[in-house]
Write a new protein. Structure first.
Length: 291
């Protein structure tokens, strides 16, 4: 597969979001599904667990979340456990997401994330020395998969100047009923006015905090982006997007990661996710040459 066509580039520059159907082959989709099932099978929910919510930000005081940038960690839906801390349903149906180094640690996800296809898309975006951050698998469980509130990815993974792109792959068909993406076309012209930052606070205080406020948009500004499994949804780091709760009986699994430019752009040391000695940010174009 070649990179983006001129028409696709123009559409992306205009809207801030682009859908490319059949980007992943059916066998690639199946391999990611199978791999996630195996990962969850081996996971013990009594020891490997955090709770993730985009509405009350409980993870802001959670070291388990903060230290997940170079690991594969497990985040459950906020109502997955009862008052005694026991899971209320099967662990496969209780997870919100797995993250955040899935793109590098796991071979099946690494193969997809650093593929020639991803490199060609990145070159089409004129990225000179891109790196991959925040690889995660999102479950959006039937009936309980919660909403993801309106946001810009640059709130969480800021670089200066901002050169940030989300790569989002539905592993199931994403529909209006099961929580497909929604976005505001052209909103990538909106500056980043809210940041999710590390703090210098100590024990028993929030380790992360939001600073600033997001711009809001009227209901009629939003456009739905239902897509077939195996598609690529390319998301500009400033475009405002969201997803609604899964009110269907079908899952809406998705795999996503982000690519940042490192040449001539500085990754913020205040971002929640930081490279470590064990795992520097993986460089896309050098993969296979020095690994």
């Amino acid at each position: 597969m070649a990179g983006l066509t001129e028409q696709q580039l123009e559409q992306f520059k205009k809207e801030g979001l682009l859908v490319i159907e059949d980007f992943l082959a059916p066998e690639e989709v199946t391999s990611l599904q199978t791999e996630v099932h195996n990962i969850v099978e081996k996971m013990d929910p009594q020891t490997d667990r955090g709770v993730f919510s985009t509405t009350d930000h409980q993870q802001a005081s959670d070291t388990y979340f903060l230290e997940s940038g170079d690991k594969i960690r497990f985040f459950f839906e906020s109502d997955a456990f009862d008052a005694s801390g026991e899971l209320q349903m099967d662990k496969h149906k209780s997870l919100n997401k797995i993250g955040h180094a899935l793109h590098w640690i796991n071979p099946a996800f690494r193969k997809v994330s650093l593929s020639d296809k991803i490199q060609k898309i990145s070159k089409s975006l004129a990225l000179k020395d891109p790196a991959i951050v925040q690889g995660m698998y999102i479950f959006k469980q039937p009936g309980i998969g919660g909403e993801v509130t309106p946001h810009q990815d640059g709130t969480f993974l800021h670089n200066d100047p901002l050169r940030l792109y989300g790569f989002w792959f539905p592993i199931d068909d994403a529909t209006l009923e099961n929580g497909c993406l929604w976005y505001v076309p052209g909103s990538h012209d909106t500056p980043i006015t809210r940041r999710f930052l590390r703090t210098s606070k100590g024990e028993n205080e929030k380790l992360l905090e939001f600073i600033g406020e997001d711009k809001t948009f009227p209901d009629d500004a939003w456009v739905a982006a239902p897509v077939k499994k195996g598609s690529l949804v390319l998301i500009h780091g400033q475009v405002v997007h969201k997803s609604e709760k899964n009110v269907s009986t079908n899952p809406r699994h998705a795999y996503t990661f982000h690519i940042i430019e490192t040449e001539g752009s500085t990754y913020s040391p205040e971002n929640w996710l930081q490279p470590t000695a064990e795992m520097p940010l993986p460089k896309l174009y050098s993969y296979g040459k020095d690994t």
